[in-house]
Design a protein around this ligand. Structure first.
Ligand SMILES: [Zn+2]
Length: 333
């Protein structure tokens, strides 16, 4: 049996996340003999147990090791990420079974289900440079988000098998040569972009360029829904969404907290139901601007009010989102 999942977007994802990325020649077609992943259900966190140059590490991992390729990604001490293999690698070895948010990885099948990162560190108490620690959390944040995983799906090699002792060493997560406190590391992965300013939202559209329609725009393909759904964007929290929808953050218990573990991208919308709030659902049509979408959803002729633009933005991913034909949109009643 061979897997058929190849992670060909890894380099782009990591660059988008602001990481310094290099691509090892041939990475797009590199894998262990089983080919691509069966599924990607976890991120394997490792150190190399070596103290040499990135070039030597990579040559060993990808060319010289008997078990090559080892490591889908390599993180050097200066925080540069090298993309090594789009297919599955021989990094995890025997271990498990291991429960993830997507399912249980079968015993000894870690290589088929885990995307593994090798970070340069001797593993004998060598201090991890700050820039490398920050990059490690950021790359895990990007991968968890892009792959639709949960923070708990970031797994140390020593959590997969008691044969292994990585990652370890002096850092925010351990002193001396001790094993890393993985819950602290997972927390930092979650928070990796918390101090980054979101893209500022553009000002609301000017109130004139689109003439009012003589009649209400067609309300075709608009469906009443109860409950209405909310498109989860980066930074949304159950508390914040409850504050907006119910006027009371403490009502966040009405919401499905697990839906907030990942947020929407253009390729992977994540919606969550807002119990108790009815609304409408439609799809963006070719050539429609936000004002037209709002008028169609609300079956009104007039130019939408600023409040209507705000409500639409709240429920549909923020004012900075670009809409494409076919995108599913919601508006509360
Ligand atoms: Zn390892």
């Amino acid at each position: 049996m061979s897997g058929n999942i190849w992670l060909l977007n890894m380099a782009d994802w990591l660059r988008e996340g602001g990481l310094k990325v290099e691509e090892y020649p041939g990475w797009q077609t590199r894998s262990r003999s089983s080919g691509g992943y069966d599924a990607v259900w976890a991120i394997g966190v490792h150190h190399t147990a070596s103290n040499t140059t990135p070039a030597n590490d990579l040559n060993y991992m990808l060319n010289n090791a008997d078990a090559k390729p080892i490591g889908a990604l390599y993180l050097s001490r200066d925080g540069t990420v090298t993309v090594c293999a789009a297919g599955a690698t021989n990094t995890q070895g025997k271990g498990g079974p291991y429960k993830t948010s997507k399912g249980t990885i079968p015993k000894d099948a870690g290589n088929r289900y885990m995307l593994s990162i090798e970070a340069a560190n001797a593993g004998t108490g060598e201090q991890w440079p700050e820039v490398q620690q920050v990059a490690y959390a950021k790359m895990c944040h990007v991968l968890v988000t892009k792959l639709g995983l949960n923070w708990g799906d970031i797994v140390a090699h020593f959590e997969w098998t008691n044969r292994k002792y990585d990652p370890a060493g002096n850092s925010k997560y351990a002193t001396g040569g001790a094993l890393w406190d993985m819950d602290k590391f997972r927390g930092d992965c979650w928070l990796a972009y918390a101090d980054t300013e979101d893209v500022p939202e553009p000002p609301p559209p000017p109130p004139a360029p689109e003439p009012d329609l003589p009649n209400p725009p067609p309300s075709d393909d608009v469906t009443a829904v109860d409950p209405v759904e909310w498109y989860i964007k980066k930074g949304d929290t159950p508390w914040g969404v409850a504050s907006t929808c119910y006027g009371d953050g403490s009502k966040h218990t009405e919401l499905d907290a697990s839906a907030f573990n990942s947020y929407s991208t253009a390729s992977k919308p994540v919606f969550t139901a807002i119990p108790g709030v009815a609304g409408v659902r439609g799809e963006v049509e070719i050539g429609e601007g936000v004002a037209s979408i709002i008028r169609r959803l609300t079956n009104t002729t007039a130019w939408p009010s600023a409040e209507m633009f705000d409500t639409f933005a709240d429920f549909n991913g923020g004012g900075a989102r670009n809409f494409n034909p076919g995108d599913v949109v919601h508006y509360p009643k």
